[in-house]
Design a protein around this ligand. Structure first.
Ligand code: HEM
Length: 351
């Protein structure tokens, strides 16, 4: 009997972290999803580069002390905020402003009941959906953290573009995300841009031998020296469309970052890349499921954390006591309940 891989994954994706639910705001803010979708439709029409920036914000939020909106917080007397850490310096100010504008609108309509981190998770889904990707479901009920990570923590928690598959794997496994999830989520690089500084080591002093020659020539024109500060699209084929062409690029050795191209070079991940390059709809579906998992990393729920009145600042009255509570709770492992999607059979059936 042949079991559809999509069905296997769909049923697994139904279990979600304790405290989250598929209909969390159904009674407290039934207009939440349409408000966010409609507002973003307008914002993205005016700036088609923004979906990528918003999607990346969700990733940088979730990988550093969990999806708790900590990346949105400004620095305080306790130190600089996560925004000041080098990997976050290329997060776009417009993406932060978009989230705060959404929060303002949502709180105007529903009151202060929806967390900033839930707004980021929903906005990330809209970034994918409105760019051509899937309309995956987003479990809701996350609460906002009251503290932010140190610069060192951010540097330790976010994978770097020069990383190969062996270096990337621990970043994902330690968050209950599988190697398959890692490849799938890297498909986010189907939209958006990167600065020359993130891939210059592939051009200078010597060209990375895994890179297609024509592509290398083009990149050298864009980044003529190893100090160039311009940027280029992560997906050369369809830079603003959320599709599987990123994986087609990898197969054609036209991946931009080392962390992208090595997914095809490494034997552990290349079959997954090839599958996605061949099966566009399968990729879109799997991407949605992987986002549901990523969006549940170390979430705060119930009475832990707070609902911020301003995404860039914690609420005044909860300052110190909640910080301790949050710190205590976070010493444990991730509470994602979705089982691993690394099912070898899936990939056999998928090709
Ligand atoms: C696998 C490890 C990853 C690494 C090493 C990585 C690294 C990077 C780098 C270096 C950039 C370009 C930054 C710049 O130069 O301005 C970038 C952009 C981007 N990343 Fe990733 N990333 C990874 C995974 C992810 C994931 C999991 C997501 C989302 C689910 C994501 C979403 C994005 C998006 C959408 C952009 C474009 C942002 C824009 O155009 O403003 N990345 N990433």
């Amino acid at each position: 009997m042949v079991i559809s891989p999509l069905l296997v994954h769909k049923s697994k994706a139904q279990s979600i972290a304790r405290g989250l639910s598929w209909n969390f705001y159904n009674s407290s803010c039934p207009q939440l999803v349409p408000i966010i979708r409609n507002q973003l439709r307008i914002v993205f029409r005016n700036d088609p580069t923004l979906p990528a920036a918003v999607l990346r914000l969700h990733f940088h939020d979730c990988f550093v002390q969990g999806c708790d909106g900590s990346v949105l917080l400004d620095g305080s007397a306790s130190g600089p905020g996560e925004k000041n850490a080098p990997p976050n310096l290329t997060l776009r100010p417009e993406a932060f402003a978009t989230i705060e504008a959404l929060r303002r609108r949502v709180h105007q309509v529903c009151g202060q009941v929806v967390s900033c981190t839930d707004i980021v998770a929903l906005a990330a889904r809209e970034s994918v959906f409105l760019s051509g990707g899937s309309n995956y479901r987003v479990p809701l009920g996350r609460r906002d953290g009251t503290n932010f990570a140190t610069i060192d923590q951010v540097l330790n928690d976010l994978p770097f573009p020069q990383a190969n598959v062996s270096s990337l794997i621990p970043f994902f496994l330690s968050r209950n995300l599988s190697i398959t999830d890692m490849v799938t989520l890297s498909g986010a690089h189907s939209i958006g841009v990167s600065n020359c500084s993130s891939f210059r080591e592939r051009l200078y002093p010597n060209q990375d031998f895994t890179m297609d020659q024509t592509f290398a020539t083009t990149l050298r024109r864009i980044c003529p020296t190893n100090t160039s500060t311009r940027g280029t699209n992560l997906d050369v084929l369809t830079p603003r469309l959320f599709d599987n062409r990123y994986f087609v690029n990898l197969v054609n050795r036209r991946g931009l970052l080392t962390s992208d191209q090595d997914l095809f070079t490494d034997a552990r991940t290349s079959p997954i890349v090839t599958t996605y390059a061949r099966r566009p709809l399968f990729f879109l579906e799997q991407f949605g499921l992987a986002m549901i998992k990523m969006g549940q990393i170390n979430v705060l729920t119930g009475t832990v954390g707070e609902i911020r009145a301003n995404c860039a600042a914690r609420n005044a009255r909860t300052a110190t006591s909640t910080m301790l509570e949050v710190d205590g709770r976070r010493t444990g492992d991730s509470n994602i309940l979705i089982p691993s999607t690394d099912n070898p059979q899936l990939w056999v059936g998928a090709t």
